[in-house]
Ligand binder design. Structure first.
Ligand SMILES: NC(=O)c1ccc[n+]([C@@H]2O[C@H](COP(=O)([O-])OP(=O)(O)OC[C@H]3O[C@@H](n4cnc5c(N)ncnc54)[C@H](OP(=O)(O)O)[C@@H]3O)[C@@H](O)[C@H]2O)c1
Length: 237
């Protein structure tokens, strides 16, 4: 089983890699910009499961949008199929709507929407080679229709809503293939992203607990769900 996780250097992505290792996953591709953190994650994974084979790829996913081919070459050299892709890397910038520069608004959409979309496009040939492929896009309750909204998160939430919508569209477009597409709209999880955006707030869910859920859902959810945007939050609405 080949699993690719973006945003694996910290937070939810980091713990999701650990969770997969506990599930006895044998092959992981871990992507994020921070190479040191990826290297220490690899060590930790090996302690949990000495048989796991790990490719760490220090890479900025925004580079997928400027025609980078090196990334895909690395992946293709490592594997000829992908079973699970978790688009987890994300960027949150909180600011009053009118104060966003076009550049930072564009960057939020690049990291949260255009790069994951491009990654899916580039990995489609490998996903099609799996008999049970599952693409899990990590969105946010902020991008979930009818949920409580927070001031400052306009571009972040809109980019996550776009990712959620893309999930529904791809499930329809690729329904004749074995690939399933689902989206998890997460509520608050106690990570560095959250504490940077909301200092002093403590989330009801720790990243390792959310990661266990994500790893389990990514492994088995495609048997029951396709094209679904699933709110994973204790809050209502
Ligand atoms: N925490 C929450 O309450 C919460 C709630 C709803 C949704 N989410 C979503 O859950 C996902 C994980 O969130 P988190 O809280 O774990 O965030 P985090 O602690 O900030 O981790 C984000 C990860 O994404 C990576 N990343 C960011 N920009 C990247 C880029 N351009 N290229 C490659 N990797 C990049 C970071 O690694 P590097 O810096 O090493 O690149 C890091 O590993 C995000 O998509 C987030 O929007 C989180």
């Amino acid at each position: 089983m080949n699993i690719l996780i973006t945003g694996a250097s910290r937070g939810i992505g980091f713990h999701t890699a650990i969770a997969f290792c506990r599930q006895k996953t044998d092959r992981l591709i871990l992507v994020a910009r921070n190479s040191q953190k990826l290297a220490s994650l690899k060590q930790e994974c090996k302690k949990i499961n000495p048989h796991v084979t790990i490719l760490t790829v220090p890479f900025d996913i925004e580079n997928l949008l400027s025609g980078d081919v090196q990334f895909l070459k690395l992946i293709n050299d490592f594997t000829d199929s992908i079973d699970i892709l978790i688009n987890n890397a994300g960027l949150l910038e909180s600011k009053q709507f009118e104060l966003f520069s076009s550049e930072s608004a564009q960057k939020i959409f690049n990291v949260n929407f255009f790069a994951p979309a491009q990654l899916i496009r580039q990995l489609l040939p490998l996903l099609k080679k799996s008999s049970n492929a599952h693409v899990v896009n990590i969105s946010s309750m902020g991008g979930f229709q009818g949920s409580v909204k927070f001031p400052g998160l306009s571009y972040y939430s809109a980019s996550k809503a776009a990712l959620a919508n893309l999930t529904e569209c791809l499930a329809e477009e690729y329904k004749e293939t074995a690939i399933k597409f689902n989206c998890l709209a997460l509520g608050a999880v106690q990570t560095e992203m959250l504490s940077e955006a909301f200092p002093g707030y403590h989330a009801p869910i720790e990243p390792d607990a959310m990661a266990d859920f994500i790893a389990e859902f990514a492994s088995n959810g495609q048997r029951f769900f396709n094209g679904k945007i699933i709110p994973v939050a204790l809050s209502t609405p």
